[in-house]
Design a protein around this ligand. Structure first.
Ligand code: BMA
Length: 359
């Protein structure tokens, strides 16, 4: 399915919101973005995304206007991912050391260049430690009546306040694809499968969703990560999520397993997409250190190119951990292959987003 140079955006943004469970008549920033993704992107192209792209990269940090992607392919990613873990504690920097003021500035810059922003939240454990400090009972402790309820309401308040400051130059709220409580099908976070019941998970989502709604935030596009089997019971009500996504990484050189898992998860998402009428994303992926030759064009591209995926986001290039990178950078042996991937008719970067999302 070649999409890039075919008919450009027949259906521009319409006032009708296509989500099957929306009953609102006015268009919010979130609804506008969902509509743009549904009518302009999905089934036409896949937006390329990268975590923390313009704030640091392989072996550099906080150098204005730098980006490993820009330096390799000549444009910024269509989607930029931001991590807000630590915000809820009142910290000034994310757990990956990025100042929240800088993230706010970069979100506005990305929006101004026509790109899209998404946020992950590796939420600190309210009982102590970080999000990987997994243990039972934390989810119930922050729900109504729990001993950490008040504390967590305050933490949600800090996050809500921050999201309410994400504005463009006209003072309008910038839409954010928010994907809290991610990877819940595993057990490595305190909200993971082993640590709360399906009902408790749904209540956690419900509380978070309603909190942001009650704070009048109409710029959040909620991205839920479905899981197969009995975990289907965790799915929030249709009106509480707008997109479905999954995270999947290649472990070591195991390309065959990665491809098989990707295909299986994409198929699962397509089922969800059909049932709930929600666009699809691969919200995190990559192969750490890029040790497989031509990984982009031989492994990732074949899996995504004929699928209705709105964006695929590669995880971060840590500035302080030389082996912790997922995206090519100038001088890395995968550079040419990455360029070919980006130049493929399927994949778009920041400059091209507007062409697909507006008339
Ligand atoms: C993980 C790693 C960590 C990072 C965390 C949150 O996958 O990249 O180094 O702190 O994500 O961004």
């Amino acid at each position: 399915m070649k999409r890039k140079h075919t008919t450009l955006i027949a259906a521009a943004l319409t006032l009708a919101i296509t989500s099957s469970c929306s009953n609102s008549n006015s268009v919010t920033p979130a609804e506008k973005l969902i509509s743009q993704i549904e009518t302009g992107i999905q089934n036409k192209v896949v937006m390329f995304g990268h975590q923390d792209d313009p704030v640091y990269g392989h072996a550099w940090k906080y150098e204005a206007n730098r980006s490993d992607v820009l330096e390799t392919v000549g444009d910024y990613p269509a989607v930029m991912g931001w991590e807000i873990g630590g915000l809820e504690l009142g910290d000034s920097e994310s757990l990956d050391g990025v100042p929240f003021d800088l993230i706010r500035t970069e979100i506005a810059k990305q929006h101004a260049r026509g790109g899209i922003n998404t946020m992950s939240w590796h939420t600190y454990n309210p009982k102590g430690g970080d999000s990987w400090n997994e243990e039972a009972g934390v989810v119930t402790s922050i729900s109504e009546g729990g001993e950490n309820y008040d504390m967590f309401q305050e933490r949600l308040g800090i996050v809500a306040d921050y999201i309410s400051t994400l504005k463009d130059s006209n003072g309008e709220l910038i839409p954010i694809i928010f994907r809290p409580w991610h990877e819940h099908d595993g057990n490595w976070f305190w909200w993971g499968n082993k640590w709360c019941t399906h009902d408790e998970y749904r209540q956690l989502w419900d509380m978070t969703y309603k909190f942001m709604e009650d704070h009048g935030l109409n710029n959040i596009v909620w991205c839920y990560m479905p899981a197969p089997g009995d975990q289907v019971a965790k799915t929030p009500p249709c009106e509480q999520f707008d997109m479905v996504g999954f995270d999947e990484y290649q472990r070591k050189g195991d390309t065959e397993k990665y491809k098989a898992d990707m295909i299986e998860k994409i198929d699962m998402l397509k089922e969800y997409s059909k049932k709930y009428n929600k666009p699809i994303t691969i919200s995190e992926t990559g192969s750490e250190s890029l040790t497989t030759e031509n990984w982009y064009t031989k492994v990732l591209l074949p899996v995504i190119k004929d699928e209705p995926i709105s964006y695929v986001l590669l995880w971060r290039n840590a500035w302080d951990k030389p082996e912790h990178f997922y995206c090519s950078y100038k001088g890395h042996s995968s550079e040419d292959d990455f360029r070919k991937f980006i130049e493929s008719p399927t994949v778009i970067t920041a400059k091209e987003v507007v062409k697909y999302t507006q008339k």
